[in-house]
Ligand binder design. Structure first.
Ligand SMILES: Cc1cc2nc3c(=O)[nH]c(=O)nc-3n(C[C@H](O)[C@H](O)[C@H](O)COP(=O)(O)O)c2cc1C
Length: 423
């Protein structure tokens, strides 16, 4: 069979015969695949070959236990590798500069090109292969299992074996769907209707839609298979691992995760602040949410209490939290607001006015917010705290309630949060 014939008749294989892939054949394919084009002829990849049953078992959870991992005779994990080149440079009086994002992209491209050539060659030899996209979902687990050092990142996994199935070929879009002559031609609604007609009308895809209780095939992807929230969470995890593997600095990772929101670890002297009041089981609470560029930076909460707590005019919704120094060198936080007549009023020493335990918890929560943990996760963290005391549990609900106001998904207005009764 010619390569063209192999490609036009190929399909992914997920069931393998109980027959080994001979090491000589595998090596021949790996060696031939290395003829693939590679940046600077540096071969910025490494391949980890897993044949041992117990090692495959250890890899399986990283791939959500997809059965091919343990069933295939060979599992290949192909990694972007700037480690080897870096060691080579260091050994040869050359100073490497490959601990950055661009180098990662170059190495990842090299790794994928190598993988695809290997896949074509293997299929040409009659082997069956399947890519595992899960490689980039839980990279940390793969890194630990395979002992990947700094500047090595898993990019692709192929399960390889002799086919024990001949599934139907999957559909493809017509060539006009992805080839643009001269200039990119954007897609109008009618183009989409034409180009996706066959795909959407295929019985297996209609069944897919029905099985998932969806209206359209596209919804199966957006709502079930590859959701925004999963993609965001996995992206964040991937960026964190890129950082751990030395391809990104902490600052760059922060920028990748949070755009231009800067990490401000030194608390500014003055912060704008929202006052959020709420009621939990008849107790009146107040939260001061310190804001940096409109985003929560810290939170103080406590009972509104004439005796020991804090009591503010009801009209006060905003103010400033000012970090002030005491004569003995310690710090305190003051709340300043403008009263109806435009005079500045200052409530000194918020910390002294609130229960010490709440104060300490709030300090921890503020630390977490400051380092940009997503607010939804902070709320989850706070509400999952297991606390014995009844009033501290009330406190925890209050904090969650106050922070909810700032989450992306929240449409709640300040009015509804105020004086809201907790069930
Ligand atoms: C990057 C990538 C990730 C993939 N991940 C998986 C996977 O995790 N599990 C799986 O069963 N197939 C996986 N596949 C295989 C695709 O589902 C398959 O290629 C696609 O449905 C087209 O089918 P075909 O290869 O039989 O033509 C992956 C393919 C690619 C290119």
């Amino acid at each position: 069979m010619t390569l063209l014939e192999t490609m036009t008749t190929r399909r992914s294989i997920r069931k393998y015969a109980a027959r080994d892939v001979e090491p000589e054949l595998l090596n021949k394919l790996l060696e031939a695949a290395a003829r693939t084009q590679t940046m600077g002829n540096l071969q910025l990849y490494s391949v980890v070959v897993t044949r041992d049953a117990s090692e495959k078992q250890r890899l399986a959870p990283a791939h959500f236990n997809q059965p091919m991992v343990t069933a295939a005779p060979v599992v290949l994990t192909i990694c972007a590798d700037f480690n080897r080149t870096t060691v080579w440079c260091n050994e040869r009086k050359a100073t490497p500069g490959y601990d950055n994002m661009l180098s990662f992209i170059n190495a990842a491209s090299d790794a994928l090109l190598f993988t695809q050539t290997f896949s074509c060659l293997a299929e040409q030899e009659g082997l069956g292969v399947c890519y595992l996209g899960t490689t980039v979902y839980m990279p940390r687990l793969i890194i630990e299992t395979l002992g990947l050092p700094r500047l090595v990142m898993p990019i692709a996994t192929l399960t390889v074996g002799w086919p024990d199935e001949q599934p139907e070929q999957t559909d493809r879009l017509p060539v006009e769907a992805f080839v643009h002559e001269g200039r990119y031609r954007n897609y109008r609604a009618e183009d989409i209707n034409t180009l996706y007609k066959e795909k959407e009308e295929r019985p297996e895809n209609r069944q897919f839609v029905a099985l998932n209780g969806k209206e359209t095939l596209a919804q199966v992807f957006t709502d079930c298979r590859y959701t925004k929230s999963d993609n965001e969470a996995l992206s964040k995890g991937f960026i964190d691992v890129l950082c751990e593997q030395g391809f990104l600095t902490a600052e760059q990772a922060n920028q990748a995760n949070y755009g231009n929101r800067k990490l401000v670890t030194e608390r500014p002297e003055v912060l704008e602040c929202d006052v959020v009041r709420f009621q939990n089981k008849k107790e009146k609470w107040v939260a001061f949410v310190g804001l940096l560029d409109g985003e929560p930076y810290e939170i103080f909460t406590g009972l509104q209490d004439e005796e020991e707590g804090i009591l503010l005019p009801k009209s006060v919704q905003k103010g400033k939290i000012i970090k002030a120094s005491n004569p003995d060198g310690t710090h305190r936080y003051d709340f300043q607001f403008e009263n109806k007549r435009g005079y500045k009023m200052t409530v000194e020493g918020l910390s002294g006015k609130f229960n010490k335990e709440y104060w300490n918890y709030a300090k921890l929560i503020s630390g977490v917010i400051r380092y940009h943990m997503p607010l939804e996760s902070v709320i989850h963290l706070v509400t999952s705290l297991s606390l014995d005391d009844e009033s501290i549990n009330t406190w925890k609900n209050g904090v969650a309630r106050a922070l909810k106001k700032y989450t992306k998904s929240n449409n709640e207005t300040e009015e509804t949060a105020v004086d809201d009764e907790d069930a």
